[in-house]
Design a protein around this ligand. Structure first.
Ligand SMILES: *Cc1c(COP(=O)(O)O)cnc(C)c1O
Length: 373
């Protein structure tokens, strides 16, 4: 970004007053150990590239035609995966776009929406973009969410579950309680990380299992994390046909073709290769557990994560210094300079080799700490 002052004379007041979301950096250096944006360290299913290659080889000429506007084949694959009807599934260009359409469809009302004070930092940005008042509800001291704290008039509630950047999971009973107590509000559960949640004996932890019970519950998910497809930009929402219809109307009043043909074909292939998906999630979960114990050995306090990252506090809380020291060695993790969480680092689960490099670097960093003290 240039430091120069940009001439914004011709901008609308809206454009002038926005404060856009700043994604985690994507530096392009060799040998960088990139553990800052919660991408999956493993490649997507080989079926994804095969489906896209096939489309290009056999039907390249079809790229001159518009894609299926409602991504029917992809939606029906997703419906099949979750035992739903296609009219309970919506897809968009990344779940960020789906979330934007949710704000426009359900939250632009008189009453505010409620969200945890520590959560995905895009929610306040959307609230500003769409002129929605967002009331932040404080997490408990242990960073958990208390549904009773949400007992106030609102047009909606949005909660990332597992929460970001804490990685903590809210149980289905608490989600049920929120949906039940706020029957006139739309309850949005952003499940960007749900596929990494540790389940008790295969019990479902996704709120998708509740959407037939509540007409005000909407669940979003993404292909970016558990399906290793952040670059393809595919996200989705699951709900009842009425809320899905509202999203479709909003989409078709903004961009009728958010998913191109390659994205539709690739995403569908990923859904159909369920074994690969499950194996990859399990590998990430296993790596998360081993990283958690290594960090604990180094004196870190690590929150019990259900995501593909850990949220960890070094013994003396000097997270910002640790992040800087790691950066000098080409290891990038995320530090939030924000009240309550400034003493923590969010570290994306990487490969075993990346973890080795991280732990080696941290061991050295904290050894110098000890000599300095
Ligand atoms: C990564 C993430 C998203 C966005 O995912 P995309 O599908 O890549 O847009 C949404 N919500 C949360 C909580 C996330 O961490």
């Amino acid at each position: 970004m240039s430091e120069q002052k940009i001439d914004n004379r011709l901008w609308s007041a809206k454009a002038r007053n926005l404060s856009p979301y700043v994604p985690g950096e994507q530096p392009q250096h060799d040998n960088l150990c990139k553990l800052n944006t919660n991408e999956n360290p493993f490649p997507p299913s080989p079926a994804v590239a095969a489906a896209i290659a096939k489309l290009l080889a056999e039907q390249a000429c079809e790229l001159r035609l518009y894609p299926a506007p409602e991504s029917d084949d992809l939606r029906s694959a997703l419906a099949g995966l979750h035992n739903l009807d296609s009219n309970q599934v919506f897809v968009g260009n990344g779940s960020d776009e789906v979330l934007a359409l949710i704000f426009a469809s359900f939250f632009m009302k008189e009453r505010p929406i409620l969200a945890p004070d520590i959560s995905y930092s895009f929610y306040p940005v959307y609230a500003q973009t769409f002129g929605v008042e967002l009331v932040k509800i404080a997490l408990e001291n242990d960073f958990s969410i208390d549904p009773d704290a949400y007992r106030q008039p609102c047009s909606g509630i949005i909660i990332a579950n597992p929460n970001a950047p804490t990685g903590l999971l809210l149980g289905l009973d608490d989600i049920r309680k929120l949906a039940d107590e706020h029957s006139n509000a739309v309850i949005v559960i952003d499940e960007a990380y749900i596929d990494f949640a540790s389940t008790d004996e295969g019990q479902s932890v996704s709120a998708i299992s509740l959407i037939n019970e509540f007409d005000n519950l909407l669940v979003t998910q993404t292909f970016s994390k558990s399906r290793s497809l952040a670059g393809l930009r595919v996200g989705m929402a699951f709900s009842n046909p009425s809320l899905i219809e509202a999203l479709t109307r909003m989409k078709n009043s903004f961009n009728s073709y958010p998913l191109d043909k390659l994205a539709q074909a690739g995403a569908r292939a990923s859904v159909l290769d369920h074994d690969y998906f499950e194996q990859t999630c399990q590998k990430v979960i296993d790596l998360r557990e081993s990283l958690t114990s290594k960090l604990t050995d180094l004196g870190y306090q690590v929150l019990p994560s259900h995501a593909n990252f850990v949220f960890a506090r070094p013994q003396d809380g000097n997270a910002s210094d640790v992040a800087d020291a790691l950066r000098e060695q080409g290891i990038i993790v995320r530090h939030f300079d924000k009240a309550r969480i400034s003493e923590y680092l969010r570290i994306t689960i990487g490969t075993a080799a990346q973890h080795e490099r991280l732990i080696e670097a941290l061991t050295a960093i904290h050894a110098t700490d000890a000599t300095a003290n």
